[in-house]
Design a protein. Structure first.
Length: 90
């Protein structure tokens, strides 16, 4: 009986990381570090979304603009996001 439990536990431990998947709500601004961008919560195609745009005061600055999510413990794996965008005028 103990061997069967061990075998089952070993099989579950070999499953893909879906068992450890995290869903991160982005509607709390204290969880975000904004670098040269501004953000707001909007409705997009019937879903709540985080809109991130270039901050007005950084329009002509270097292209390093991003958002960091605080409190993430991430070593190895994949990040899945839905991204929508439009080309900008040159």
């Amino acid at each position: 009986m103990k061997m069967r439990r061990l075998a089952v536990a070993m099989c579950f431990s070999m499953l893909p990381g879906g068992a450890f998947a995290q869903s991160i709500p982005l509607d709390d601004p204290t969880k975000l570090i904004l670098h040269k961008v501004s953000s707001e919560i909007v409705m997009y195609e019937g879903r709540s979304a985080l809109r991130v745009v270039e901050a007005e005061e950084h329009k002509d600055s270097s292209p390093d603009k991003f958002v960091i999510v605080r409190g993430m413990d991430f070593d190895n794996g994949s990040i899945e996001v839905d991204v929508a965008g439009m080309p900008i005028d040159d």
